[in-house]
Design a protein around this ligand. Structure first.
Ligand code: IFM
Length: 436
């Protein structure tokens, strides 16, 4: 059966990328440094000392990448806009050359009948803003809304759908709590203000985008269904804590206008009158990135954190070691519907995909995608309003602290020559799209 059969009319199939992971050209046309430039250039932070300096050189080779997408036949392309290209120091007048680049990209997509879906922040904060506190500082939320306005002023006559932030939980956790990503801080629970300020930035930017004619504004949250390691009460409690931290901290305030009770106390003083109303500004859709469920046990009494992730046994794993559990996608979506009811807007799966070893046949990725599309169909049949599915990623790219070692692409990248070679999964998807 065609893997894309049985989805509702208008169901969107797309591919996703992010600026720092593909663009390169980090010092061209006035782009300022971002926290990821700083982090990647700090010895020992990224595997093999890799950086995004060149990445897929998409900044120069974007016409080839648009042609690949057109040939693939996708409906839409989710990419991110690099804030430091638009505002090199994170505030002030826009850098026209940076906006020109995205304007050319958007025009080329539209000419090919591919709907652009830009994300305004995918972790590459201008370094100058980080130097003033980054997302620990409330002012970054205000700067973000201004930046959103500058981008929409230029592109808003052609782009009507926007994603504000990508995976704020991952940016908070990796960037500010554990230090595995930029800006590399290890504040543990001291990172929680980053959640509030990102959410506030999202809410402020949503209003700005709407004022400039946006018809569909969403945020992309990374969500993971949480499984207690056993039925033991301590494990069940630890799983609930993890669920609050990973999922509910970002979904509840947006969809319900409240923080999960067990985390609200950490945020108390930061929340000003009106903040939750701003964050709760109605959303047109919710973007969800799904990769795998998380299995959680209670932590040892002297541990830093109150939960202890455990492996999920007995399932295949990706090259990253992530468990492959397609049914988790259905469970996640049905669970969200159960939790939020009518407060859950239409959903787009804005990322799903797997890394595989270089040079192997691509059956693993095809099976992965087919399995997750089946699970998605199951969620729709169970009553969840899902409007689209975006594969991570169009092409192999800079996988953050793993550098170029994890390959998620439908298109193989030779990072020496910049040659792009469609993988078997690309051809498989192309046939499925053509036969829809
Ligand atoms: O590469 C990342 C992406 O930037 C955000 N979501 C998860 C992907 C795979 O790790």
């Amino acid at each position: 059966m065609n893997a894309l059969a049985g989805f509702p009319d208008g169901f969107e199939i797309g591919v996703s990328t992010a600026a720092y992971q593909i663009e390169g050209a980090v010092a061209e046309d006035g782009r300022g440094p971002s926290v990821w430039d700083t982090f990647a250039h700090t010895p020992g932070r990224v595997k093999n000392g890799d950086t995004g300096d060149v990445a897929c050189d998409h900044y120069h080779r974007w016409p080839e990448d648009v042609a690949l997408m057109a040939d693939l036949g996708v409906d839409a392309y989710r990419f991110s806009i690099a804030w430091p290209r638009v505002q090199p120091t994170g505030s002030g007048a826009p850098n026209a050359a940076g906006l020109d680049f995205y304007e050319r990209l958007v025009d080329a997509l539209l000419q090919r009948g591919i709907a652009p879906l830009p994300t305004l922040f995918h972790w590459d904060l201008p370094q100058a803003l980080e130097d003033q506190g980054g997302w620990l500082s409330r002012s970054t939320a205000e700067r973000f809304a201004e930046y959103a306005g500058l981008v929409a002023d230029r592109l808003g006559d052609r782009v009507h759908r926007w994603i504000t932030l990508n995976e704020p939980v991952v940016h908070m956790a990796e960037g500010y709590a554990w230090g595995g990503g930029a800006p590399g801080k290890s504040l543990m629970f001291g990172a929680l203000p980053v959640a509030h300020h990102q959410l506030l930035g999202h809410g402020l930017a949503t209003t700005v985008l709407r004022e400039r004619g946006a018809t569909e504004v969403m945020i992309t949250n990374n969500c993971s269904p949480v499984l207690p390691a056993t039925d033991d009460e301590a494990d069940v409690m630890a799983a609930a804590v993890y669920d609050s931290f990973h999922n509910r901290l970002f979904n509840d305030p947006i969809l319900l206008g409240t923080y999960p009770e067990m985390l609200g106390e950490f945020l108390g003083d930061l929340i000003r009158d009106g903040d939750l109303a701003t964050i709760h500004t109605p959303l047109d859709a919710l973007g969800i990135n799904y990769y795998n469920p998380t299995r959680i046990a209670a932590a040892a009494a002297d541990a830093d954190l109150p939960f202890d992730p455990r492996p999920i046994e007995g399932v295949p794993t990706t090259a990253f070691g992530w468990p492959v559990v397609p049914g988790g996608l259905r469970d996640l979506l049905v669970g969200l519907k159960d939790t939020y009811g009518d407060a859950l807007p239409p959903v787009y799966i804005t990322e799903n995909g797997c890394s595989t070893p270089d040079g192997t046949d691509d059956t693993f990725r095809i099976d992965y995608l087919r399995g997750h599309l089946d699970a998605l169909r199951g969620a729709i049949e169970a009553g969840v309003d899902v409007r689209g599915y975006y594969i991570w990623s169009l092409m192999d790219n800079f996988e953050w602290r793993e550098g170029y070692s994890q390959r998620f692409g439908l298109v193989r990248m030779d990072f020496e020559t910049q040659q792009r070679t469609p993988k078997e999964s690309y051809h498989w998807l192309r046939s499925a799209l053509a036969a829809r």
